[in-house]
Write a protein of this length. Structure first.
Length: 286
């Protein structure tokens, strides 16, 4: 018998293959002057010898688009016209705090979300390989819902916009009904930087739910979410990436990490927030 030539990670590789079409890179393009005014109002820079440097840094930061990972989910209500992408709210930067959560209208004034899918990225890389100098193309989106305390942001884009750029399917990732038991294997595929799609890692569940305040002594943005602790690697732009079980169901959404563990918005918070958004959408508008 020939010796085995592969580690037994068939399930992880299957999960990876079945989720990449649903993972997107989210680019939040700021309206620099409005964003600067907003941040100066919400988080005033204190007077002092470092005030000028801090302001200069803030001015520079407000010019730069920010990136995070998102993934396609089932529409809250039947919506054949749009694609819905879930990601993290903290990618917006310091635009809300515990006392003043930001609403959808204000976010859409401060930022224009743009989305690129894996197929579009592969097509772009293919063109580059043939020495064709083209720019990455993104699909424009709008913010549909935000829950600052739960660190969740929902972006929608019209299917027509997507179809103009990509005709491939983007299957919504289902949300799991149960969180995996401690030490269960899990997978995360994220897009931490526009040039790094398909960043794949595996790890194990450490703890299903920690209180935010137990993990962090400071909480200027006012998060009140439970966080699931997972032995998995992550970095800044991976925020918003889905934590997947062996059935390729979402069991959490990456909030952050401490270098040893990563912390995911708990499945309970995820399901609760999506249910609330669904109810809000059902309300008739006059
Ligand atoms: Zn696509």
């Amino acid at each position: 018998m020939a010796p085995p030539d592969n580690f037994s990670n068939a399930l992880e590789r299957w999960a990876y293959r079945n989720c990449v079409s649903s993972i997107v890179c989210v680019e939040l393009r700021p309206e620099p002057n409005l964003l600067l005014d907003w941040q100066n109002h919400l988080f005033p820079i204190p007077d002092g010898p470092e005030a000028d440097d801090q302001l200069a840094q803030r001015v520079a930061d407000c010019l730069v688009p920010v990136h995070c990972t998102g993934f396609v989910i089932e529409p809250l209500l039947q919506d054949p016209l749009h694609i819905h992408v879930l990601t993290c709210a903290h990618a917006l930067g310091p635009v809300f705090n515990a006392e003043q959560p930001i609403d959808v209208d204000d976010i859409n004034i401060l930022y224009q979300p743009h989305i690129i899918c894996d197929h579009m990225e592969q097509a772009y890389l293919n063109e580059l390989q043939h020495n064709n100098q083209i720019a990455r193309e993104y699909v424009i989106g709008t913010v549909l819902a935000i829950d600052c305390a739960s660190d969740l942001l929902l972006i929608q884009s019209t299917r027509v916009h997507f179809m103009l750029r990509c005709g491939m399917p983007h299957p919504p990732l289902p949300i799991a009904s149960q969180f995996p038991k401690p030490l269960s294997k899990v997978v995360m595929v994220s897009w931490p930087h526009p040039t790094r799609n398909r960043t794949a890692v595996t790890g194990e569940i450490s703890h299903p739910g920690r209180q935010f305040d137990e993990l962090s002594p400071v909480n200027p943005l006012g998060f009140r979410t439970m966080l699931s602790e997972v032995q998995i690697r992550s970095e800044q732009g991976s925020s918003g990436g889905p934590l997947l079980n062996g059935q390729v169901q979402v069991t959490g959404l990456l909030h952050g990490g401490n270098g040893s563990f990563s912390f995911f918005i708990s499945l309970h918070n995820l399901r609760q927030t999506l249910a609330e958004w669904g109810k809000a959408q059902e309300r008739p508008t006059f």
